[in-house]
Each structure stands twice: as structure tokens, then as C-alpha cells.
Design a protein around this ligand. Structure first.
Ligand SMILES: *[C@@H]1O[C@H](CO)[C@@H](O)[C@H](O)[C@H]1NC(C)=O
Ligand SMILES: *[C@@H]1O[C@H](CO)[C@@H](O)[C@H](O)[C@H]1NC(C)=O
Ligand SMILES: *[C@@H]1O[C@H](CO)[C@@H](O)[C@H](O)[C@H]1NC(C)=O
Ligand SMILES: *[C@@H]1O[C@H](CO)[C@@H](O)[C@H](O)[C@H]1NC(C)=O
Ligand SMILES: *[C@@H]1O[C@H](CO)[C@@H](O)[C@H](O)[C@H]1NC(C)=O
Ligand SMILES: *[C@@H]1O[C@H](CO)[C@@H](O)[C@H](O)[C@H]1NC(C)=O
Ligand SMILES: *[C@@H]1O[C@H](CO)[C@@H](O)[C@H](O)[C@H]1NC(C)=O
Ligand SMILES: *[C@@H]1O[C@H](CO)[C@@H](O)[C@H](O)[C@H]1NC(C)=O
Ligand SMILES: *[C@@H]1O[C@H](CO)[C@@H](O)[C@H](O)[C@H]1NC(C)=O
Ligand SMILES: *[C@@H]1O[C@H](CO)[C@@H](O)[C@H](O)[C@H]1NC(C)=O
Length: 713
């Protein structure tokens, strides 16, 4: 089928589906999405259902709605939904139907980005690890095995949505969906297997006949009728535009801050900068759909974070990790949305003209048929506040700002003037665990070669050996030495290594997000005769991006021992392997807490839930690196010992969702790889001081008061 035919067939399908149901027809043209015959300027926000808990969803969605959003966006998380081929899980945090129905119950639309490759700082970019072992597979390419499983899962999800009546033409909330994800970033790497895959993915998605449009983000040549959408911080500057005059300008990821990796400081993006770029996208690019990535980031529970990504996700978003309004960001964007909504009809249906107001100042003016007028006044000068003349009045425009005049006279909002008050997170101490009597511990046994059953005369690739059932893989070897203090050298492709010689710690090393590979080099003590070398390799999330993900390798690459006689390469010695840890196989023998901290130790303590409904957080500032569980549910990895440039940890506090707790007798379990002091662990209740949090709401009622920035000349 050529593009034109696909486009016409697509519209035919839309019309047929709409006539049959009682829902809303969703189409688009060069200006905007059109829902039920009405043009829409839509504000959307990303909230990923598995990154929070079902009891948090209603409140998150309601705060998003109150913040002026029209749409909630989420990816679909294939690796969680299909842990084994053909075995599906949609329970608990994975209940995507419940999530979408909650969006609908609150009167919002949904944009579902199926992917099913999603990247998203999510382990393996959301692909289930079993795909790795499908014979002949090449991910995200014109490759039959990959296309089979991608189509299989996409069909499964679309059928589920259809059977639940979730698409807009059926009366449901879904108005937009995405296939693939930022493929243009990797397409060149696939050579002539790239373009046919893009065409196939688009045709496959459109062929599922959902009745709502599909987008591909960061894919300038998205085939008709799929809409190419922009991702980035500054789509108002960078977007090349829709690839057809019949497609609207959509911004699928407006980054509200950025994801954080271990060793990085918290990334900040100001409310003013976000608001400016949103208004610029509307003015300069005719933007009609803006999605904040993330509106609520949440928590990378369990082992879901990708390589070196911290457990807290986009805590700087308008709703913070715990679901509180983060001010002034939430309020400033709410004010922006309200100001744009005052004139969105005029913006979408009026005739647009651009007037020059100065060297770096412009007016975007929209004139409606019945005399309405709206204007956006841009000052693109990043250093100077200027006063401009616009339609016989003077306006003061701060540097890098846009003023919104819904009536071409009064300033409803300026992106650089934040009237929403700020607030701060408060964490009140609730529980201490400073008595050794409370704790039990279990020291993980360091396996030796003789105790292993899996053997190879080479260094096995880490992920292929663990199948991602665990972060941990033991490499053990037995070494005969003539010298007592040789140098052990281990090259690893990532991510972390703890070395043990005859059961005693002999050094640790790790890579970083940008450079996962590293070398550990240590002088070790050997005894005469045979010695046991045990090397614990750990992953910190699987990679989530780049071409040929299935070929990526981690774990040990080369092991040598150097003494006066020379260098002995052990890489092809006889190696014994153990996948995972003992406790993971429930063989743990717990004992009383021992005062001297040792590596590879499990800790366990019981506690009653603090009173109240406030979310809780675990302070792991006294610990090193590991993972924490509450009543058997992992709240994520922690890595407090990986310092930022200024020496502090990237993340000290770890979210304990209320729903993970029962009133009494909760169990906290930690696995500590390095060494830490559990007696200093505390649990606090989280809130925000909210004395001024709602000031911006009342401001909106006063946009026509003397407080605005208009001056009569
Ligand atoms: C998807 O694949 C599974 C086996 O992995 C199979 O049982 C199922 O029928 C397939 N579904 C579709 C829609 O092809
Ligand atoms: C996305 O929003 C941020 C604010 O979070 C803004 O600075 C940025 O310019 C926006 N990105 C685009 C592509 O407009
Ligand atoms: C925006 O739309 C106007 C027509 O209303 C058009 O003249 C202009 O070229 C469009 N701008 C962009 C960047 O597409
Ligand atoms: C301000 O703009 C000038 C010229 O356009 C540019 O060189 C400079 O980097 C900008 N400064 C900032 C802080 O963006
Ligand atoms: C501006 O002033 C001139 C002369 O006083 C008048 O003709 C014009 O209509 C005014 N324009 C607006 C937009 O008020
Ligand atoms: C993965 O392991 C299997 C044996 O379990 C082996 O046949 C295959 O070559 C390995 N693949 C990689 C990429 O190491
Ligand atoms: C090796 O043995 C020496 C002397 O017994 C001791 O000082 C040193 O700490 C040991 N090194 C390691 C890595 O165990
Ligand atoms: C190495 O491990 C074996 C058990 O697997 C043990 O019998 C032996 O004593 C160990 N060797 C040393 C030097 O610790
Ligand atoms: C180990 O074996 C591999 C494959 O047989 C070979 O390519 C490599 O050169 C060997 N390395 C050493 C150090 O012997
Ligand atoms: C502004 O408010 C005054 C009364 O406070 C009202 O007379 C006037 O019409 C309002 N202007 C606009 C543009 O809403």
C-alpha cells in the first residue's frame, strides 16, 4: 500500500468505528488533534503506572487534572507484563486497565506509548530478557523473530484495550498512542534493515485498527498516517516540524528535569525555563500537544532501573516522588495552562500573524472570526528586560520570557514571573533501629570453585548466564601459586566487582553510567598450594538504549595474576559459576546482629507502621550499596557509597509506599554488599510545608487586577 492509500484507509476505519460506537472520533490535521469535531490544544503529563502504587493513582491523576492537564501519558512495560513468552501479568502495579479507567473516571484523556521498546531508564528498555535467547533475533530491526514478538505483544495490548472499551471511539479515554520510541537515534546503526522496520512498525500499528492516531517520537520520516513528534527540552527551537502539512506539531516528551545516575547531582530545571519553552513551542511551532516528561516520576522499584540509574525517578517533576505538589513548578505550569486555555480557541482557530516588536522581540497574534484576539509576546533576549509597544500599550518583558495576552490587552501570565510560592520537603523522624537486639543478620557465603556446578573453560558473559534472574554472578577459580603476593588484575565490562581471596575481601571496583567497564588491580595474599579466588560480578540494571542491545556484554572479560615469573592469564582456566545469592534461594541461616560490619551481609528487622497516612521514607545514609525489601517487596537498589562530585550520595532517602505495609510486624530486609551500619537507619514520614502552596490558584482570579505588567502609555 502506498502512503496515500494507507492514509485514506485509516480515515475510513476511523469513521466506521465511530459510527458504530458512542464515543469520540479522533482525527487530526496540520493544526491539532480533532476530537469529536473540536480542535484541541492539550497539555499532557507522563505518569508511569508501575513507578507508583495503585492506591496513589487517583490522587496523582487528580493533582495532574487540578494542575491543568488534559491528558495522562504512560508507556507500557513489556518486561513486567510478559515475564515469560505467552505468560501475562496485569496485577497490582501492572493493572494498566485500572490505571486507564482511573484516568477516564477523572475526565481526562490517555496517551499510551506502547513502544514496546520504551528506553525510559527502565531495565533493557522494557524488553523482556527472554527475547535475548530467541534464535536469530536482532532487536528493533527488520528481523522476523523480533517483529513476530513485537507484533504479538502490541496486538495483545491493543486487544486488551479494545475488549475493555478504552479507545475514544468506543467511549474510552485513549486518544493517542505510540509505536517504537526515538528510533531515529539508532536507525543508522541498522543500515538497510532500519527503514523497512520503521515502515513495517507503522503499518503494523495502523493495521490494528484502534481508531485513534499513532505517533512516532523523534522519527522525522514517520510514515503516513503516523505523526512524527518531538522529544527534548526545547522543541520550540529544535523541532523540524511535522513531515506533512496534514499533521499537527506534538511534543511527546518535554523534560521537566532529567533522570539521575549514581554519582550525579540532582538535575534541576526551573519552572520559568519549562514554561518559556512550552509557550515558545505553541507560538513558533504551532504546537498543540505538550507532554511533560515526567509529570510524576515516582520510584524504580525492585530491579527495574536501567544501568546506573538511581531508584528515585524524576523527583524534580511537578509532582515529586511521593506524589506531593512540587512548588513553584506545579503552580507555575498550572498558571501557564490556565492562561493558554483562556485563549486556546483563538490560538487554534484564529488567523496567525507575527509582528516584530524589537530586535529580539516578537508578537504572535491570533485573530478570530468574531473579533477575538489573543497574543503571545516573546522576548528572546536572554540578558535584558525590555519595554515594547504592542497595539498602543507598553509591556515590560523580562529577559527570555513570553507574556500571554488572552484578549490582546491584559497580561494573564508571563513565563518568567513566578507567582506560585515555593515549598520544601519535610521528613519527620518516626522510627529508629539503633538497638542491636532488634536486628538479625546473615553473612552470605563466598562460594569456592569446588562448590559450583556450572562450569566453563572461559569467562561467561554475565547477562547470558544469570538470564537477569539476579544482579549477581559469582566467578570462581582455583589457583596454584609459587609466590605469596602477586597482583590480581580483573577487567570487567561492568558494572560492579567484589573480589575475595580464600574467603577474605580483596578489593572492589565499579564503572559509571558513561563508562561501565573498569579494571580492578590489587596485590593479594596467597598461601602455598591451591587458593580460592571468588569474584562477585554485579549488574546495576541492564542497558536501556542503543542499537543491538541483544549483543551487549557485561561481566568479567580478562583475569590475570602477575608475579615475578610473569603474567598468567586465567581467562581460559576452569571457572565455576553461581548465579545469584544464597538468601535468594531461601537457604539463609539468620543469627544475632554482630557488631563488626562485613561485606555481603543480610540484615533483617521488624517494625510497626508509624501512624497516619503520610508516605514513608527509609534513610540509608549509613549504608553502602545493596537492595532493600519491605515485606518481601523490593523498594529498589541503593548505592549510597557512590559519591557525587561534592562527596554526597546521589540518593539517601528511599520511598516506602504505605500500601507495602501492614499495621504491625513489618519486615525490613537489606542486602549490603560493602559495609554499613544498620543501627543508624531511620524511617521518616514525608510531607511538604504547604502554607503557600495554593496561592497561585487565587492569582488566576486576579489576572485582571492592577498586579499585571501592563502599563498604559
Ligand atoms: C503470541 O505468542 C504466544 C506464544 O509466545 C502465543 O501463544 C499467542 O497465540 C501469540 N499471540 C498472537 C496474537 O500472535
Ligand atoms: C520541556 O519542558 C521544559 C521544562 O521542563 C522546557 O524547558 C523545555 O524547553 C521543554 N522542551 C521542549 C522540547 O519544549
Ligand atoms: C504555523 O501556522 C501558520 C498558519 O496559521 C503558518 O503560516 C506557519 O508557517 C506555521 N508555522 C510553522 C512553524 O509551522
Ligand atoms: C545568550 O544569548 C547569547 C547570544 O544569543 C549567547 O551567546 C549566550 O550563550 C546566551 N546566554 C545564555 C545564558 O543562554
Ligand atoms: C492605536 O491607536 C491608533 C491611533 O490612536 C488607533 O487608530 C488604533 O485603532 C489603535 N489601535 C488599537 C489596537 O487600539
Ligand atoms: C549464551 O549462552 C548460551 C549457552 O547457555 C550460548 O550458547 C550462547 O552462545 C551464549 N551467548 C552469548 C551472547 O554469550
Ligand atoms: C596481606 O598480608 C599482609 C601481611 O600479613 C597484610 O598486612 C595485608 O593486609 C594483607 N593484604 C590483603 C589484601 O589481605
Ligand atoms: C578452598 O576451598 C576449599 C573448599 O571448596 C577448601 O577446602 C580449601 O581449604 C580452600 N582453600 C583455601 C586456601 O582456603
Ligand atoms: C582463550 O580462548 C579463546 C577462545 O578459545 C581464545 O580466543 C583466547 O585467545 C584464549 N585466551 C588466552 C589468554 O589463552
Ligand atoms: C477587568 O476587570 C474590570 C473590573 O474589575 C472589568 O470592568 C473589566 O471588564 C475586566 N477586563 C477584562 C479584560 O476582563
Amino acid at each position: 500500500m502506498d502512503a496515500f492509500c494507507r492514509l485514506s484507509c485509516f480515515y475510513l476505519v476511523v469513521i466506521l468505528v465511530t459510527r458504530a460506537g458512542h464515543g469520540a472520533e479522533v482525527t487530526y490535521d496540520g493544526r491539532s488533534l480533532i476530537i469529536d469535531g473540536q480542535r484541541k490544544l492539550l497539555f499532557s503529563g507522563s505518569i508511569h503506572y508501575p513507578r507508583s502504587t495503585p492506591d496513589m493513582w487517583p490522587s496523582l491523576i487528580s493533582k495532574a487534572k487540578f494542575g491543568g492537564l488534559d491528558v495522562i501519558e504512560s508507556y507500557v512495560f513489556w518486561n513486567l507484563h510478559e515475564p515469560q513468552p505467552g505468560q501475562y501479568d496485569f496485577s497490582g502495579r501492572l493493572d494498566i486497565v485500572r490505571f486507564i479507567k482511573e484516568i477516564q473516571a477523572q475526565g481526562l484523556y490517555a496517551c499510551i506509548r506502547i513502544g514496546p521498546f520504551i528506553e525510559s531508564e527502565w531495565t533493557y528498555g522494557g524488553l523482556p530478557f527472554w527475547l535475548h535467547d530467541v534464535p536469530g533475533i536482532v532487536f528493533r530491526s527488520d528481523n522476523e523473530p523480533f517483529k513476530f514478538y513485537m507484533q504479538n505483544f502490541t496486538t495483545k495490548i491493543v486487544s486488551l484495550f479494545k475488549s475493555e472499551g478504552l479507545y475514544a471511539p468506543q467511549g474510552g479515554p485513549i486518544i493517542l498512542q505510540q509505536i517504537e520510541n526515538e528510533y531515529q537515534n539508532v536507525e543508522k546503526g541498522f543500515g538497510d534493515k532500519g527503514p523497512p522496520y520503521v515502515r513495517w512498525a507503522a503499518a503494523m500499528a495502523v493495521g490494528l485498527q484502534t481508531g485513534v492516531p499513532w505517533v512516532m517520537c523523534k522519527q522525522d520520516d514517520a510514515p503516513d498516517p503516523v505523526i512524527n513528534a518531538c522529544n527534548g527540552r526545547k522543541c520550540g527551537v529544535t523541532f523540524v516540524g511535522p513531515n506533512s502539512p496534514n499533521k499537527p506539531a506534538l511534543w511527546t516528551e518535554n523534560w521537566t528535569s532529567f533522570y539521575q545516575v549514581y554519582g550525579d547531582k540532582t538535575p534541576l530545571r526551573s519552572a520559568e525555563d519549562i514554561a518559556f519553552n512550552v509557550a515558545l513551542f505553541i507560538a513558533r511551532k504551532n504546537g498543540s500537544f505538550i507532554n511533560y516528561y515526567m509529570y510524576h516520576g515516582g520510584t524504580n522499584f525492585g530491579r527495574t532501573a536501567s544501568s546506573y540509574i538511581i531508584t528515585s525517578y524524576y523527583d524534580q517533576a511537578p509532582l515529586d516522588e511521593y506524589g506531593f505538589l512540587s512548588q513553584p513548578k506545579w503552580g507555575h505550569l498550572k498558571d501557564l495552562h490556565a492562561a493558554i486555555k483562556l485563549c486556546s480557541h483563538t490560538i487554534l482557530s484564529g488567523v496567525a500573524t507575527i509582528a516584530t516588536l524589537g530586535q529580539q522581540q516578537e508578537a504572535y497574534i491570533y485573530n478570530g472570526e468574531s473579533g477575538e484576539c489573543a497574543a503571545l509576546l516573546l522576548n528572546n533576549d536572554n540578558a535584558t528586560t525590555v519595554v515594547v509597544q504592542f497595539q498602543n500599550s507598553s509591556y515590560e518583558l523580562p529577559s527570555t520570557s513570553i507574556s500571554i495576552l488572552p484578549d490582546c490587552k491584559n497580561v494573564a501570565f508571563n513565563t518568567a514571573k513566578v507567582t506560585a510560592q515555593c515549598n520544601e520537603r519535610l521528613i519527620l523522624p518516626k522510627l529508629k533501629f539503633d538497638s542491636a537486639d532488634q536486628w538479625s543478620e546473615f553473612k552470605e557465603v563466598v562460594p569456592t570453585f569446588d562448590e559450583t556446578t556450572l562450569r566453563s573453560n572461559s569467562l561467561l558473559e554475565h547477562m547470558n548466564t544469570t538470564k537477569d534472574r539476579s544482579d549477581y554472578l559469582w566467578y570462581t577459580v582455583s589457583v596454584d601459586s609459587s609466590e605469596t603476593q602477586p597482583v590480581l588484575s580483573v577487567d570487567s565490562l561492568g558494572h560492579v566487582l567484589h573480589a575475595f581471596v580464600n574467603g577474605a575481601p580483596a578489593g572492589s571496583a565499579h564503572g559509571t553510567h558513561n563508562n561501565p567497564s573498569f579494571t580492578l588491580e590489587r596485590t593479594i595474599n596467597l598461601s602455598q598450594g591451591l587458593n580460592n579466588i571468588s569474584l562477585l560480578s554485579a549488574t546495576v540494571g541492564l542497558p536501556d538504549s542503543g542499537a543491538y542491545l541483544e549483543r551487549r556484554a557485561l561481566g568479567l572479560q580478562r583475569v590475570t595474576i602477575e608475579d615475578k615469573q610473569g603474567t598468567k592469564d586465567l581467562s581460559n582456566s576452569s571457572w565455576g559459576y553461581q548465579v545469584g545469592l544464597l538468601e535468594e534461594s531461601s537457604a539463609a541461616q539468620w543469627s544475632k546482629f554482630g557488631a563488626s560490619p562485613q561485606p555481603l551481609t543480610w540484615y533483617k528487622v521488624l517494625f510497626d507502621a508509624p501512624e497516619g497516612d503520610d508516605p514513608l521514607s527509609l534513610n540509608l545514609g549509613s549504608m553502602g550499596k545493596g537492595e532493600a525489601w519491605i515485606n518481601g517487596q523490593s523498594i529498589g537498589r541503593y548505592w549510597v557509597s557512590f559519591p557525587t562530585a561534592d562527596g554526597s550520595p546521589s540518593q539517601t532517602w528511599y520511598h516506602i509506599p504505605r500500601s507495602f505495609l501492614q499495621p504491625k510486624g513489618n519486615q525490613l530486609v537489606l542486602f549490603e554488599e560493602e559495609s554499613g551500619n544498620p543501627l543508624q537507619i531511620t524511617i521518616g514520614s514525608v510531607s511538604r510545608n504547604k502554607e503557600c502552596a495554593l496561592v497561585s490558584n487565587s492569582n488566576l482570579l486576579h489576572v485582571n487586577s492592577s498586579k499585571n505588567h501592563k502599563r498604559n502609555s
